[in-house]
Design a protein around this ligand. Sequence first.
Ligand SMILES: [Zn+2]
Length: 209
Amino acid sequence: MIHEIIAVGPLQCNCSIVGDEKSHEAMVIDPGADVSEILAIVARHGLQVKQIVVTHAHLDHIGGAMELKKATGAPILLNENDAALVAMLPMQANWLGMRDPGKLVIDGSPRSGDKVKAGSLSGEILLTPGHTEGSLCLYFEPEKKLIAGDTLFAGSIGRTDLPGGSYEKILHSLHSKVLELPDDVIVVPGHGPLTSIGEEREENPYLQK
Ligand SMILES: [Zn+2]
């Protein structure tokens, strides 16, 4: 699997570009900003973007989705439980001092267990509410990779003090979904360095029983 990660925008959201080496079909997860840089990586690998997956509707993760959709024709997938946050994007832009991305059209609302496909790649949706109501992770089981959004970070977890956040829900999501995965799964958090399920199970202060 081709997998490039770039930190985009002022909040340095980790955007993943994941491609199938044979068919060159690809998906982009969390195109928060810097769409021209994302498209340069897509072009460098000769990829065709078939899916745009947004882990949750915070502006730093979704801000470039519409521009990327216009450039590639790929649909935007976001869980419908984050619809209220989509409606609040102009307000989010105001808070963060970022540009309002304008009207966003969401094309599909993935549910737990759904598979998002591009070529031979298949990412499984794990709904992990807590950071936001509609937060999701994307799990590539054969490649042992989890794109975690802002649900899990190296040594920390997503904040729950923003609208729609719930500390009880994020802990439940982490214990019932994320920690069910094997220790050797690599975790790509929404911000900051990569980690693994095993490291977080052992060391993450929020995940100790
Ligand atoms: Zn967030």
